[in-house]
Design a protein around this ligand. Structure first.
Ligand code: 4AD
Ligand code: MG
Length: 476
């Protein structure tokens, strides 16, 4: 009977004749093949008696080769595994020349593996990360589906700039060398495919709002695109975002949901990805050995995940946070790259991480930010200068969630749009929501890759998505 290695190790049908397919991880002493098929972090040991097999076949077995192995499953004599296959037949699907196959059984740097992104999932680290990523995606859907949310597919090509940051990738079929121009000499997009300027979406939020105002509670989960030229370990030009949007939710309800949701999906991987998380934890502990004591993290991976599940996130207003930062040691000793002088300053990742990692030592939700450092759609507070925004800040990551209560008052929103010089005509449909049956509503966006980073402990966002898209890099 044919099994995946995971099934075989779970069921352990000792005495049965079994068949498995997979790739050779290691081949020792011309006798022991460690086979892996991606179903689990664990390899299956296959013991081959080559006296009864062809010499030519032996030569074809090396790390990376794809094999089908048939034989009896027996209890293992050796250490490290409980069962193994006594192979009676080996079929070679495909060889992997040791001279040229790059993923040899030794330590490879993550940088090296990024250049071999088409093969890196055959390493333990990437296979573990991608299985956790898959589990997290499932947990996201499960959480919302079980809590009365509908999955909404927001468009990927849009005519609006939701965040108003102007960091968009244009979508066009116009001739790049000789585009049509209008009288003023500007590119004439009325002749373009959609008859107007269009871009890849930076966020599905505005469209999600329209659906929340009919279906009640919705969520999007799709790719988003940002042409920001930031070469950091936390930015991608193409990343996946989860954006729930809820009618009749105020900011407090929004924060409650964000916290519950995050805890729930982390709990899911703690329960369902134990082996992979243990592997990743050991990988990190190994990595940390080469770091000076002061830079080592205080908690191991599993402990850190459990800590987030078990403890309340600290909720702090922007104004309180600024006071804490202003009086902090690194600020007084001029250790911040961007010193905090006064209320109104935009928070940089160094400040967010100080609050989370040094001051509160737990996840933090900052709320009520100054209006002029946040997007146009956030609800203005009675003070006239702050908005009902919230960011969830995580250790090692910084901002993992950004969200807000939305401005539901037509006149206030119109004033804001005018003040920011946004073309009201472009947003006619968004304003209609405020004309017809408007109501309090809220939502947020979780950066999926940042969540995968947190759950797996991977330091660079390029290592938690199959094919990272970053400035100057779109190979594969
Ligand atoms: O804070 P952001 O820009 O918020 C929005 O887009 C809102 N429309 C969300 C909403 O209210 N529905 O982005 C949300 C999250 C960030 O907190 C971050 O985790 C992630 O998306 N993110 C990125 N992740 C990877 N690479 C980038 N370039 C990212 N930009 C934002
Ligand atoms: Mg944000």
């Amino acid at each position: 009977m044919s099994y995946s290695i995971k099934e075989l190790l779970d069921k352990q049908p000792v005495g049965d004749s079994v068949e498995v397919n997979g790739w050779v991880k290691t081949f020792r002493s011309n006798r022991f093949i460690a086979l892996n098929d991606g179903s689990t972090i664990h390899n299956l040991q296959c013991v081959v008696d080559f006296e009864n097999l062809d010499e030519a076949l032996l030569k074809q077995i090396s790390t990376g080769a794809a094999l089908k192995i048939t034989g009896e499953l027996v209890e293992s004599q050796g250490k490290g595994q409980s069962v193994e296959i006594q192979a009676t037949d080996v079929f070679v699907h495909g060889t992997a020349d040791p001279e040229t196959y790059p993923i040899q059984p030794k330590k490879h740097s993550l940088e090296f593996l990024r250049e071999k992104a088409h093969l890196r999932v055959r390493t333990n680290t990437f296979a573990a990360v991608m299985r956790v990523r898959s589990a997290l995606a499932f947990a996201v859907h499960q959480y919302f589906q079980q809590n009365g949310f509908y999955y909404m597919h927001a468009p990927i090509i849009t005519g609006s700039d939701a965040e108003g940051a102007g960091e968009m990738f244009r979508v066009t079929t116009l001739d790049a060398k000789k585009p049509p121009v209008d009288e003023a000499g500007a590119v004439d997009y009325s002749e373009d495919f959609f008859g107007k300027e269009t871009n890849l979406t930076v966020s599905g939020q505005l469209e999600a709002e329209t659906y929340a105002m009919g279906l009640g509670k919705v969520y999007t989960f799709g790719p988003t695109f940002r042409a920001e030229n930031s070469n950091t370990s936390r930015h991608l030009a193409e990343f996946w975002m989860i954006e729930p949007e809820m009618a009749f939710y105020d900011l407090d309800a929004n924060m409650d949901l964000a916290e519950d949701f995050i805890k729930n999906i982390i709990q899911y991987v703690l329960e369902n990805c134990k082996d992979d998380l243990e592997f990743l934890e050991n990988r990190l502990l190994d990595e940390e050995k080469s770091k000076p004591q002061a830079e080592r993290s205080e908690m191991a991976l599993l402990e850190k995940l459990k800590f987030v599940v078990d403890n309340n996130f600290k909720r702090v207003s922007y104004t309180e946070a600024i006071e804490i930062l202003r009086n902090s040691k690194p600020n007084k000793k001029k250790k911040f790259q961007f010193p905090i002088d006064e209320w109104g300053a935009d928070l940089q990742s160094e400040h967010e991480r100080f609050l989370v990692e040094k001051h509160f030592k737990c996840p933090v939700i900052l709320f009520d930010y100054p209006a002029n450092i946040k997007a146009f759609y956030m609800r203005l507070n009675e003070d006239g200068k702050t908005v009902r925004a919230m960011d969830v800040l995580f250790p090692g990551i910084g901002e993992i969630v950004g969200g807000s209560q939305r401005e539901e008052r037509l006149d206030v929103l119109q004033q804001k749009i005018k003040a920011l010089d946004i073309d009201e005509k472009e947003l006619w449909w968004y304003l209609d929501l405020r004309r017809f049956g408007t109501a309090v509503h809220s939502g947020f966006g979780l950066g999926f890759e940042r969540m995968v980073q947190f759950a797996t402990g991977m330091g660079n966002i390029r290592d938690v998505i199959p094919y990272p898209r970053t400035p100057q890099n779109a190979e594969f």
